[in-house]
Design a protein around this ligand. Structure first.
Ligand code: GRF
Length: 231
């Protein structure tokens, strides 16, 4: 474990339930991680209120106030750097980041995407899953690279698609899995166990599998029988 807590800045655009899961994970004993700030691209992000109530520093960098992506990303990066993060976690942050921003936070920028990547990058992933007829849907936590939703995968979770599922029901069940995954990844980061190897692949020390399954209302980590960081 690191001597100093691993400093996390979390970026949100909306309700921030993944951000809450990250904050709660940091409160676990021996987490080794701390959310030092929550930054949003809009003051309307509901998760800001919750973070403030927890005593966490919050800041808004409103993308609408900037002429273009470059200017917005430059200010966003400046604000984030002020908190000296070890990692920047995107948690429902709905802006595409410029290559310059991604390069600045290389190997420190992490995203959660609501699909089993590389399937269904981009938006409307639950609708895409249903339209395609896949029987398993999922979520992925990955390092961010300039190619949208294509960076090295840290963890993935799957769940079965059920007859009668709608994008809404699927999203709701998947969200529970997202929270467990982000909590676990937060834990791994806090313990300094996550590394990107020379081939751009992720290694997590002491973890046999990084694949999670939500089935019959239970989340398990493959090979473990139960998710060690379950909610
Ligand atoms: C999550 O499903 C995330 O995967 C997607 O947007 C949603 C954000 O939810 N990118 P929340 O703001 O974390 O509650």
């Amino acid at each position: 474990m690191n001597a100093q807590p691993c400093r996390l800045v979390v970026l949100i655009s909306g309700r921030g339930s993944n951000m809450q899961a990250i904050v709660e994970a940091c409160r676990q004993r021996d987490s080794g991680a701390q959310v030092v700030a929550v930054v949003a691209n809009t003051a309307a992000a509901a998760g800001l209120d919750w973070a403030q109530q927890q005593g966490i520093a919050t800041q808004v960098v409103a993308h609408r106030d900037y002429a273009g992506r470059e200017a917005f990303d430059a200010e966003l990066a400046r604000v984030i750097e002020g908190y000296r993060p070890d990692y920047v976690l995107l948690a429902g942050f709905m802006r595409i980041l410029t290559p310059a921003f991604v390069a600045r936070f290389k190997a420190r920028l992490i995203n959660i995407h609501p699909s089993l990547l590389p399937a269904f990058p981009g938006l409307h992933t639950h609708r895409q899953a249903l339209d395609t007829g896949v029987q398993w849907h999922g979520c992925s936590i990955h390092f961010v690279t300039p190619a949208l939703d294509q960076g090295p995968i840290i963890a993935q979770g799957i769940l079965p698609v059920m007859a009668g599922d709608t994008p809404e029901t699927l999203a709701q069940r998947l969200l529970r899995l997202e929270h467990v995954l982000y909590a676990c990844v937060t834990h791994w980061l806090g313990q300094g166990r996550v590394q990107l190897d020379d081939h751009g692949c992720v290694q997590v020390r002491g973890v046999a599998s990084r694949g999670f399954v939500l089935m019959d209302d239970r989340v398990v980590l493959a090979g473990e029988g139960a998710a060690p960081c379950a909610d």
